[in-house]
Write a protein that binds this ligand. Structure first.
Ligand code: SF4
Length: 439
């Protein structure tokens, strides 16, 4: 069980030397209990105390990493039930299941592997492939490895086939699916030999907890759980129970979860996958490669796995849109990603050239930043001067967002020689404004 702050404090040197960055050992102990610092920050903990504290310091859900040449997927290490309590850290890996018997296997993987979509400045892709051994697994692994460098899940009950296939993936960390009561000994041996992650499945959570302990006793440490369940509701209930138990430091279920979204027919696959992403899956395996299905899943995942206290941001600076010339206007906005892309996309789509100055507003949108004092005349002037915008233009025309029209007088005072114009409130109205008011 996790130790309380006071219990941890009793195991610390209690000298209040401050080397850990905290004023007292008690303050450090409280942070350690909340899993906000690492034990290694105190250089004076005795070996005996370290051993006792190891359990308390370990994450409640084991961090599991799948690796291949060039990419990796980390899942687990989560510390809360709900995102608003802190944040979710490691996004679930989205894997496409393919079949070893498929004559078009390599072609399908190559096509899926080329999928890349940009969302507010970030590139999204699939994370890897799950190969179902309904044919020669080793040949399928070879064929897939020729067209992708992403991590793999190997689906087979045959320990010998898994052994020979994993030998082809030297230096990688793959996931093998799945150990059950009937085959766990042989699969645990294979996982241990190849340092692979082992998926474990059982009909009930009690049976699953028993099985993970038996597998751990065999020396295989990295596991993920297949929770089973008769339907999605049953699975969601189990997934929630497992997260709750893991956060209470119930170690036998303190592992990430794998979910097959097409297990009940592909027609509800997207809905099932969305539920699994929202409710604690570490790996989500889909059967359908369809960009129109994958894109919303990736956006959902991104939005759930961002820190709610840190808005997504773009780098402050001067962005050139449609090859601006010295006489082109200067538009100003904040560095909240969605605000930036709303403005940039409208201007780019209009074909009109402009300099877009993005100020550091700590990732807030225009109105929020203005209300919070992060987007005022002083900051706008500082950005214009700091980015040497005057050196790029021959006509000093600055366009403020319509929502902060109230700032125009102050900006004029801060930036003598600049003509300050008030633009529209909404980005969608920018092209018309630029055509009519700036020519
Ligand atoms: S470094 Fe260790 S001994 Fe020093 S104050 Fe921090 S916890 Fe206490």
């Amino acid at each position: 069980m996790a130790l309380s702050g006071i219990q941890i404090y009793k195991l610390l040197p209690q000298t209040n030397c401050k080397e850990c960055g905290f004023p007292t050992c008690l303050a450090f102990a409280m942070k350690l209990a909340a899993k906000q610092v690492e034990l290694g920050a105190c250089p004076y903990v005795s070996e005996a105390s370290k051993k006792q504290l190891a359990e308390s310091a370990a994450p409640p859900i084991r961090l599991v990493t799948l690796k291949a040449d060039g990419s990796e997927v980390k899942v687990g290490n989560e510390v809360v039930m709900y995102r608003h309590e802190k944040t979710f850290y490691n996004k679930p890996g989205l894997f496409l299941r393919v079949r070893a018997s498929d004559p078009d296997l390599a072609k399908k993987v190559a096509q899926a592997d080329a999928y890349k979509v940009n969302y507010v400045g970030m590139d999204f892709t699939l994370n890897g492939y799950a190969i179902e051994a309904d044919g020669d697994l080793a040949s399928a692994v070879k064929a897939v490895r020729e067209v992708t460098k992403r991590p793999l899940i190997l689906i087979s009950n045959d320990a010998a086939a898994l052994d020979s296939s994993l030998s082809l993936l030297a230096g990688e960390t793959a996931l093998i699916y799945a150990a059950s009561e009937s085959n766990y000994e042989s699969l645990a041996e294979v996982a241990k030999k190849h340092k692979a992650v082992l998926a474990v499945k059982a009909d009930t959570l009690d049976a699953l907890a028993d099985l993970t302990q038996k597998i751990q006793a065999k020396g295989a440490e990295d596991m993920v759980l297949d929770l089973g369940g008769k339907n999605l509701g049953d699975w969601l209930m189990r997934s929630t129970q497992v997260r709750r138990l893991a956060l209470k430091n119930f170690r036998p279920l303190g592992y990430p979860v794998i979910f097959f979204a097409a297990q009940n027919g592909v027609e509800k696959e997207a809905v099932y996958a969305a539920h699994a992403i929202a409710k604690y899956a570490g790996f989500v395996v889909i059967d359908t490669f369809a960009p129109e299905m994958i894109y919303p899943l990736l956006v959902l995942r991104e939005n759930l796995y961002t820190d709610p206290q840190k808005p997504i941001q773009v780098q402050p600076g001067v962005y050139e849109i449609n090859s601006p010339k010295p006489e082109s206007p200067v538009l100003v906005t904040t560095n909240f990603s969605i605000t930036y892309f709303a403005v940039a996309n409208e201007v780019e789509g209009s074909g009109l050239p402009a300099w877009l100055v993005v100020t550091d507003a700590e990732g807030m949108s225009v109105l929020t930043a203005w209300a919070a004092g992060k987007f005022d005349a002083e900051r706008i002037a500082k950005a214009i001067k700091g980015f040497n915008v005057a050196d790029k233009v021959s006509r000093k025309r600055l366009v403020l967002p319509g929502h902060v029209a109230v700032l125009s007088g102050e900006v004029e005072e801060e930036l003598p020689g600049w003509e300050v114009r008030v633009g529209p409130r909404e980005a969608v109205d920018l092209p018309a404004f630029m055509k009519q008011a700036l020519n």
